[in-house]
Design a protein around this ligand. Structure first.
Ligand code: CA
Length: 125
């Protein structure tokens, strides 16, 4: 058991060492994956005013006035995301979870009360 843990940690350290090499393709991939992008639309089916919003995992994205309380479709390129009805990714007014491909029509999602209510979101890989 201890040996297998040591092997796992060694493999992980080796993997990190490879990724730490400068100016490599691995760096470019790691950099690209260091954020989660969420595509939103003010209308259903990712239409209306749209935007691709990217943030590092765990970082809270605050919707601008152009999108706050107007989003009707939302989806992430990968990862696990949570949309909040309050700013600052605060759960005061509730939330719902989404991922890829996301939810094309929030007015038909659950009780429909998630439509035009999103103020912020946050994702993990
Ligand atoms: Ca809308």
């Amino acid at each position: 058991m201890k040996n297998s843990l040591f092997l796992a940690l060694s493999t992980l350290a080796f993997g990190l060492g490879i990724n730490a090499l400068p100016a490599s393709a691995a760096d470019a991939v790691m950099e690209k994956r260091a954020q989660v992008c969420v595509f939103v639309g003010t209308d259903a089916d990712f239409k209306g005013l749209t935007q691709n919003q990217c943030a590092a995992p765990g970082v809270c994205w605050e919707e601008s006035s152009s999108f706050e309380d107007q989003i009707s479709s939302i989806g992430a390129d990968h990862g696990h995301c949570r949309a909040f009805f309050d700013r600052g990714c605060s759960d005061n007014e509730g939330h719902f979870d989404f991922g890829n491909p996301g939810i094309a029509d929030l007015s038909k999602y659950g009780d429909g009360k998630s439509n035009d209510r999103i103020s912020s979101w946050s994702c993990i890989e």
